[in-house]
Write a protein that binds this ligand. Structure first.
Ligand code: AG3
Length: 286
């Protein structure tokens, strides 16, 4: 038993033998939804943090890095995105970044309403006012089923998932990427979070392999997310039309001109695809 003076710490395990730990300075929300344990805690260094089971999803202090990287890379890869699909993303950060582009609409399909509600209530700066945007459509539903059933057309899709365990495993399958490609059409772009390059190299290789049959270009890029185990994190983009690494630099500047960012920069876009050799080997492994 912990004594009342001893603080609680949350352990987000990366590899077999390492983890990041965070002191719980206050518990703002703790519930077991139909899918997972949903917690919002306060931490002195990172502010409010959304934790699903024991995995940190996002925090007030560093959420912009992940959300900007997952949104602006695929959106700028497509020449003129109008319809956007987000699978997962319950905290709303990705939808918020997406809506900064002059798109027609964005549909977000999140399976767990508890994540949407807890973030809206306790970390409102992350969704900001994205759900009030008339271009946003929110569906609380199974994203895998939504994509399988098809019937709608999108220009850009993003998968903002939890770790590849349980219900989210299907979001990393070749079958799912194939069904996504069918929704996306000729210049479609898909971006996903593809895990840690330190302890999930198998996942990166698997995502590469599973996307390859369905997309003309498949590229993995790196970001630094301080609150994910090991800090280094990867994203993988599949594109049918343009090469994500070949977008005209002046066009990038123009497209991002009125979009404020704190991490993603047009001038850094191409550099994202110049991968360090250890990541290149991870991509081609498997
Ligand atoms: N999605 C979670 C990425 C995986 C983090 N893994 C971990 N901490 N063990 C982030 C959702 C942000 N919108």
């Amino acid at each position: 038993m912990r004594s009342p003076q001893e603080p609680e710490w949350i352990t987000d395990q990366g590899g077999e033998a390492f983890a990041h730990i965070y002191r719980v300075d206050a518990v703002l929300h703790d519930e077991r939804s139909a899918f997972q344990r949903v917690r919002v805690i306060e931490n002195l260094d990172f502010g409010r943090m959304l934790i699903l089971d024991d995995a940190v999803q996002t925090t007030e202090r560093d959420e912009f890095i992940y959300h900007e990287l997952l949104a602006h890379v695929p959106l700028c890869t497509h020449p003129a995105p109008r319809r956007v699909l987000i699978i997962g993303g319950g905290d709303g950060g990705l939808l918020r970044e997406t809506l900064r582009h002059p798109i027609e609409h964005a549909t977000m399909v999140e399976i767990d309403r508890a994540v949407i509600d807890a973030t809206l209530r306790w970390i409102p700066s992350i969704p900001a006012n994205c759900y009030a945007d008339p271009r946003a459509r929110l569906l609380v539903d199974d994203g895998i089923r939504f994509v399988r059933e098809g019937g709608e057309h999108f220009d850009v899709a993003m998968v903002d998932s939890t770790d590849p365990k349980g219900p989210s495993l299907g979001l990393f399958s070749s079958e799912f990427y194939g069904q996504m490609a069918a929704l996306l059409g000729a210049s479609g772009v898909l971006a996903v979070q593809s895990g840690s390059p330190l302890y999930q190299q198998d996942l990166i290789a698997m995502v590469q392999q599973h996307m390859a049959p369905h997309f003309r270009w498949v590229r993995t890029y790196l970001g630094a997310v301080p609150t994910y185990p090991g800090v280094f994190w990867t994203f993988t983009v599949g594109s049918q039309g343009r090469d994500p690494a070949g977008v005209n630099p002046e066009e990038l500047v123009e497209r991002m001109r009125h979009i404020p960012t704190r991490y993603y920069l047009p001038a850094a876009h191409h550099g994202l695809f110049v991968s360090p050799p250890f990541l290149q080997s991870a991509m081609s492994a498997g």
